[in-house]
Design a protein around this ligand. Structure first.
Ligand code: GTP
Length: 296
């Protein structure tokens, strides 16, 4: 199978939090470790393999003014050519929002002339610094400014912070938008969920624990449950690796449900939630084993 490379630009002014989020999602940093990160010099490239043949080619573009100017002038074609996704990070506490909007406008112009049908994701970031009761209002104001710039480009905005699960939610949706044949994957997952009598089945990317897809047969109240689980498992995996152990499988059983989280394909983990007492954990494990080959 041929690799599918997707160029992802990560842009925004200096200190917005770009390298912090990249390090948390892809390099197992915890939030407080990001205070030690230095400025990114020019562009830092990294490659992340997803679901077998999808490779994210991540360009973390340092946001200091001199670099930003060069992206729009001498490096314009090189940076903005063949972009699948632009992720623009706005520091909501910035004292120079007008300047930031100016850079964002230049980015969008350069993208429109150099790339075909790019997707744009705007992260209105560091929302933990905004009082909870005004967050939605602040976000809506920023989103309106963004929509005024992007025109007809396919654009999604998120409120994010490295201090809670909002970062995982945003990045899961970004990655999801890049997965080829996602409809086929979802069909497989729905059949599997019904076949083993589960309430819910969730597929996570194995290294990052980003949520790739899910199938839900029963209503759940907590809409942030996937991101919370991602965060918890990632922390648990980190403590495993500190004691030189490898995370492979977890089983949680109480009077209401059984949850199994298991390594699934070489690039995914699966979580199966069953509340039906007839669905025995051993049977669920057999079902997981049998389903593997369909997802590889
Ligand atoms: P350049 O490399 O200069 O382009 O900056 P950058 O956008 O990569 O910023 P970086 O990730 O280095 O983060 C700058 C600072 O912001 C660090 O001290 C982070 O700890 C902090 N930071 C990042 N995300 C958040 C957030 O969600 N909330 C808060 N309060 N601080 C954050």
């Amino acid at each position: 199978m041929q690799n599918q490379w997707k160029k992802v630009l990560l842009m925004g002014k200096s200190n917005a939090g770009k390298t912090s989020m990249r390090s948390i999602i892809f390099a197992n940093y915890i939030a407080r470790e990001t205070t030690r990160l230095g400025y990114t010099q020019d562009v830092e490239h990294s490659h992340v393999r997803f679901l077998g043949n999808l490779v994210l080619n991540l360009w973390d573009c340092g946001g200091q003014e001199a670099y930003m100017e060069s992206y729009f002038e001498s490096q314009r074609d090189h940076i903005f050519r063949n972009v699948a996704v632009l992720i623009y990070v706005f520091d909501i506490e910035s004292q120079q929002m007008a300047k930031d909007m100016q850079y964002f406008t230049l980015c969008i112009d350069a993208l429109k002339t150099n790339s075909e049908n790019p997707k744009v994701f705007c992260l209105v970031h560091k929302m933990d610094l905004v009082p909870e009761e005004t967050r939605d209002q602040v976000f809506e104001k920023q989103e309106a400014l963004i929509r005024g710039v992007v025109g007809s480009l396919d654009t999604t905005c998120f409120q994010t912070s490295i201090w809670d699960e909002t970062l995982y939610r945003a990045w899961s949706q970004i990655v999801y938008s890049l997965i080829p044949n996602v409809a086929a994957l979802e069909n497989h997952l729905a059949s599997f969920c019904q076949g083993c009598g589960a309430d819910e089945v969730v597929l996570f990317e194995r290294a990052t624990f980003l949520v790739i897809s899910h199938s839900t047969q029963k209503a759940f109240r907590d809409v942030h449950r996937f991101e919370k689980i991602s965060n918890i498992i990632k922390q648990f995996k980190l403590s495993c690796s500190k004691s030189q152990a490898q995370f492979n499988r977890m089983q949680i059983k109480n009077s209401k449900f059984t949850a199994i989280i298991d390594a699934f394909t070489p690039t995914t983990c699966i979580m199966v939630i069953c509340s039906d007492p007839a669905a025995l954990p051993a049977m669920t494990l057999v079902n997981i084993n049998n389903a593997r080959s369909y997802f590889e």
